[in-house]
Design a protein around this ligand. Sequence first.
Ligand SMILES: [Zn+2]
Length: 150
Amino acid sequence: MKLQRNVLERIYEHALREYPDECCGIVTGTSRKQLIHLFENIQNRMHAEDPARFPRDARTAYFIDRGVFDKVIASADSQGEDVIALYHSHTEHEAYFSEDDVAAQTVFGEPEFPDAVHVVVSVMSNRIHDLKCFKWDRELKRFIVLDNCC
Ligand SMILES: [Zn+2]
C-alpha cells in the first residue's frame, strides 16, 4: 500500500519540526483512509533518567511511551484499522534501517508489525534529504528496502 501524499507531507513537517531531534509516529487506516499519529520522542527523558541504559539522546534515537503507543493501537484496532506504517527520522544521517531500528521492531527475530511499512526520513541541515521505506520479508527473515512506497 502506498502512503498518501497528505500523510507524507505531515511526516516531513513532523521531521522538520523535531529537527535536530528524531521524530516518530505511525500511520493507521484502511485501504481507503490513512490517519497519521504523531508521537512524542521521549528519548531525551529516558537518557536523562538512565544514561547507562539509554546512552543516546534524541538526536540519534527515538523512544515512544509504550502506554501511549498501545492506546493508539487499541483505538485503531477497535475501528477496524491496521497499522500501515511506522516512521521516524534520522538527522544528519542517511535514511537507512539501522541495527537499532531492526532491534526496536523485532522480538525474538520476528517483527511486531510484519505487514507494516517502516519509513525512515533523513533530514540534513534542516532540510528533507531522503525518504526510504522498508518492509519485513518473511522468506528472507530480514527487512528489505522497498523501491516504491510513496
Ligand atoms: Zn533509525
